[in-house]
Design a protein around this ligand. Structure first.
Ligand SMILES: Nc1nc2c(ncn2[C@@H]2O[C@H](COP(=O)(O)OP(=O)(O)OP(=O)(O)O)[C@@H](O)[C@H]2O)c(=O)[nH]1
Ligand SMILES: [Mg+2]
Length: 288
């Protein structure tokens, strides 16, 4: 079984990447996705794209859920027998923690794809906002996408690529928009991994809300923009699947960037997940 781990900070583009990458995979592919929030969202996104996935929500597979990760992979192998397993850990997971879990079940040739959001990476990395999180991600990745190149200035994208190449000269680096590499990703795997691991020492709070159906598309969009202002706390990521009065929609906030796109299918249950620090949960719960 081929194994690919797709890691990256919250909202960097992991799910977007898998949606593209899986089209080039021949044979049965299954995605194991670990949403950080209490309510899973990505599983339904994969399902709408016809991608088979197993969800492991609520927590982080590189720490508290490591045992669950091992058990779930074993179960996937026994029951679904995929030829290719793709793992999307939560956006706070250290790939070294995921690799350690894989070692326990003797999967030692996984390819690690690291996705960086070019609009935020340098600022967060240089301010050492997340300890050694980015270093762990970059040094453990075989392939790195400097993504969201459409939203960042060219000079920032160039400096991001330089920083990545300095940290990991052996990695294959792409500049991408919507994670499109323009060529199939080479099946490189298991290059030299740095010894030791770096736990993440930052913590995000999460809030999951059930939403009513028939909410107005514009109202939800403006609420998403309002969430970037700081009035509800420091929100780094929010995502929602909602059957709006104008049809099913997917909403995304990652750092200051907000997007809404219509969703291919009726949504099973309209819901919203918010991740950040100092969340004003009372106001958030009554705002929509
Ligand atoms: N403009 C722009 N938007 C992008 C790009 N890549 C991804 N996005 C958008 O960024 C948002 C987050 O993308 P996802 O693929 O869900 O990110 P993720 O890393 O899976 O997010 P989590 O699983 O929540 O950590 C979505 O609205 C994507 O459409 C890009 O290159 N440019
Ligand atoms: Mg995702």
């Amino acid at each position: 079984m081929k194994t690919t781990i797709v890691c990256g900070m919250l909202g960097a583009g992991k799910t977007t990447f898998i949606g593209q990458f899986i089209r080039d995979i021949k044979g049965k592919a299954v995605v194991l996705v670990n949403d950080f929030g209490k309510t899973g969202i990505d599983g339904e996104i994969f399902s709408a794209e016809g991608i088979e996935s197993i969800e492991l929500p609520s927590g982080c597979v590189c720490c508290t859920l490591k045992f669950d990760l091992i058990t779930t992979i074993r179960k996937i192998i026994d029951t679904l027998a995929p030829e290719h397993l793709l793992i999307e850990p939560s956006g706070v997971a250290a790939p070294s923690g995921v690799l350690e879990a894989l070692e326990v079940i003797h999967i030692d040739r996984a390819t690690v794809v690291g996705i960086l959001d070019a609009t935020e990476f340098l600022e967060l990395y240089e301010a050492e906002m997340f300890g050694r999180f980015f270093e762990d991600q970059i040094t453990n990745s075989d392939v790195i996408l400097v993504n969201k190149a459409d939203l960042a200035e060219k000079e920032i994208v160039d400096r991001t690529v330089q920083t990545v190449e300095q940290l990991n000269p052996g990695a294959i680096v792409y500049r991408t928009v919507n994670c499109r590499t323009g060529e199939p990703i080479p099946a490189v795997s298991g290059g030299e991994r740095p010894a030791g691991r770096h736990d993440h020492h930052f913590h995000f709070d999460t809030l999951s809300l059930k939403l009513g159906n028939d909410l107005d598309l514009e109202a939800i969009s403006s609420f998403f923009h309002e969430m970037t202002t700081g009035r509800y706390g420091d929100i780094v990521r929010a995502k929602a699947l909602v059957n709006t009065a104008q049809g099913p929609y997917k909403f995304d906030l990652s750092f200051a960037n907000v997007q809404s796109v219509s969703f291919a299918k009726e949504i099973s249950a309209s819901r919203l997940v918010i991740i950040g620090t100092g969340l004003n949960k009372e106001d958030l719960s009554s705002a929509i």
